[in-house]
Structures are given as structure tokens and as C-alpha cells.
Ligand binder design. Structure first.
Ligand SMILES: C[S@@+](CC[C@H](N)C(=O)[O-])C[C@H]1O[C@@H](n2cnc3c(N)ncnc32)[C@H](O)[C@@H]1O
Length: 317
């Protein structure tokens, strides 16, 4: 059978089975059923879990989502280790039109994938850390760098990366800015200057474009999918920017912090600039401070402005 037909058959089976289970839920579970705005209580989670266990649902969904993607490796990471307590907990992170549904058309599945890879609450934005841009230019000019190489770790859909490239563009002779994110779907959107459509209606595009700056030919911007904790590059960078990741929900253990310092010490030139931005609540902010504290002798100089910490790094090698 042609792979498309196999995928369509798997999707039909998935839809039939989960629609059947949703029907049983509606017949036997007493309302209130979840709707947007209703607080998710442990009781509500329990009722849904009895009929529609989220672990089983995501296990099945993973396969049909993977079938719609160009490559299985593009599967959003939340589908590999789901953080959801129940089906409503999953729905509330998706655009409204997906709420209270369990069965999907192929286009729905693509759309769900981009939203899971780049959730609106965590997504990248322009001008999140305005204090950083003049500091990056000043760093390049102060050191008389004609060429600046900058890595943007955890770049999301890339708005911050374009901003970095724009601020360096024309201020130094040439620059290369590489955005890296662990989600291949985000890297794909970033390279096209697109983000998930926040509240799409049926028939509307899954992703929408955002304005990208016009850059000179001497400014080069690239996006790669990869784990910054394992990053290796042929040439070290003058600047590494890492915004909205360190200390956040996905990177907050000491072991990860130590690993990131190892990466920084190899991927950043001696005297290079590490810039960390965070917009977290207090709990996560403390973890970001803990990362800095673990830098030890690698930190030559450090200062804070706004939500950003600027660290000059000494290489140990
Ligand atoms: C909150 S977003 C921040 C986006 C952007 N830097 C900003 O501040 O607007 C966090 C990003 O870090 C990425 N991320 C999380 N862990 C990562 C890792 N180990 N390696 C690379 N990217 C990672 C996520 O996929 C997401 O794109």
C-alpha cells in the first residue's frame, strides 16, 4: 500500500476509536464537561482520565502526527514526554477550535504540531530584551571586530535572531547569526519568518508571516535544529545569546547548567560575550541566577541591565 494510504488508514482508525470513546464519555460522565475558562480541578481531571486517559491518547496521537510531518524527527518534544494531566489540560494549550475534540483532519494535525512545537505562551517575540541590542553592537565595536559571529541558543521562531542580525547589520563589516532551537518545526518556521497562527479559523493558514528586516548581503542568518547542550560548531562565536531558556521549565537542573557552561567554554571565543535574558517568575529567576553562580572561573566580568545578564567569558582551554 502507498505510504499516504497507510497513513490515512491509521488516521481513520485513530479518529474512529477516540470518537467512540468520546461518545462513551458523553453518555456516562456527568457534566460539567470542560470548556475554555472553566478551571481545571483534580475532580475534572479524574473524570476525563477514567474515560479518555491522556497518556494513551498522546501515545496514539504521536503516531498520526508523525505521519503528517516530513520527517519523524520533527515530532514536537511534548509528544515524546507529555506534561499533561488530562485531556482538558492538553486542549487548553491549543487554539480554541481544537478544544473538546479528539479526532482530526490532516491539516488539523499539522497545525497541532506547530502549536505544540512553539506554544504561544512561550513563543519568541520582537523587542523582548531591548537592552541587549546596543550592548551587542558596542561589544563588536569596542573590540574592533570587523566580523561578528553570534549564536542565538533557544531561538524559538527566530524573531530575536533577526533582531540581533538587524542591529549588527551595517555596524560591522560582516556578521553571521545562527539561531538554534531544539524543535525542528521551530527552526523550519524561523527560517521562513513564520510563527503559528494564534487563533486560526478553519481554512486559514497554519502559520503566518512576521515582518523580517531587510539585511545587507554581508549579514548572514541561519537556523538549525539542535540541542544547545550538545552544540558543537567548527568556529567559535564572539557572542552567544540565550534568552528565555536558562532557569525556565526546560532547563533548570544543575547538571544541565554545568553542561551548558562546558558548551559555552568551547563554542565561545576567549573574552567572548554570553548574554542571558529571562522574563520568568521569581522561582525560575532564582534558577537562572544559579546558572550564573555555577560559571566559576569562566566568568571574567559580569553585569546586569533590565532582564539581561552580560558575562565576559574566559576560556579554560
Ligand atoms: C521561551 S522560548 C524563547 C524564545 C526566544 N529566545 C525569546 O526569548 O523570544 C524557549 C526556546 O528554547 C528552546 N529550547 C529549549 N530547550 C532547548 C535546548 N536544550 N536546546 C535548544 N533549544 C532549546 C525551545 O524550543 C524554545 O524555542
Amino acid at each position: 500500500m502507498h505510504p499516504d494510504a497507510t497513513h490515512a488508514a491509521a488516521r481513520d482508525r485513530f479518529n474512529r476509536e477516540w470518537d467512540r470513546r468520546l461518545g462513551v464519555f458523553h453518555r456516562y460522565a456527568s457534566p460539567p464537561w470542560w470548556y475554555e475558562g472553566l478551571t481545571l480541578t483534580p475532580e475534572l481531571d479524574y473524570v476525563y482520565e477514567r474515560f479518555l486517559p491522556i497518556a494513551e491518547y498522546i501515545h496514539d496521537l504521536r503516531r498520526v502526527v508523525a505521519d503528517t510531518l516530513p520527517c519523524r524527527a520533527w515530532l514536537p518534544r511534548v509528544l515524546l514526554s507529555p506534561p499533561y494531566r488530562s485531556l482538558p489540560d492538553f486542549w487548553r494549550r491549543l487554539p480554541r477550535r481544537f478544544h473538546s475534540r479528539v479526532a482530526w483532519l490532516p491539516n488539523d494535525l499539522d497545525e497541532i504540531a506547530v502549536h505544540l512545537a512553539s506554544p504561544t505562551v512561550h513563543g519568541a517575540r520582537f523587542m523582548r530584551y531591548p537592552e541587549q541590542l546596543p550592548a551587542l553592537v558596542a561589544y563588536g565595536l569596542d573590540r574592533g571586530l570587523s566580523t561578528v559571529r553570534c549564536f542565538d541558543f533557544g531561538c524559538g521562531t527566530g524573531q530575536g535572531t533577526y533582531e540581533i542580525a538587524q542591529c549588527l547589520d551595517g555596524r560591522v563589516e560582516s556578521c553571521l547569526v545562527i539561531g538554534m532551537t531544539i524543535e525542528p518545526l521551530e527552526a523550519w518556521m524561523a527560517s521562513r519568518g513564520r510563527l503559528p497562527n494564534p487563533q486560526p479559523r478553519a481554512g486559514q493558514p497554519i502559520t503566518i508571516p512576521y515582518p523580517r528586516p531587510e539585511l545587507r548581503s554581508t549579514t548572514c542568518i541561519r537556523f538549525v535544529a539542535g540541542d544547545m547542550l550538545r552544540a558543537t560548531f567548527r568556529d567559535a562565536a564572539d557572542i552567544i545569546v540565550c534568552n528565555g531558556v536558562i532557569g525556565g521549565p526546560k532547563l533548570n537542573h544543575d547538571a544541565d547548567f554545568r553542561q551548558l557552561w562546558t558548551v559555552v567554554s568551547t563554542c565561545l571565543k576567549d573574552g567572548g560575550l554570553l548574554v542571558i535574558g529571562e522574563q520568568f517568575h521569581d522561582g525560575h529567576r532564582l534558577r537562572a541566577a544559579r546558572f550564573v553562580a555555577l560559571g566559576g572561573k569562566l566568568i571574567r566580568h559580569q553585569r546586569t541591565a533590565g532582564r539581561s545578564t552580560f558575562i565576559t567569558v574566559s576560556r579554560t582551554t
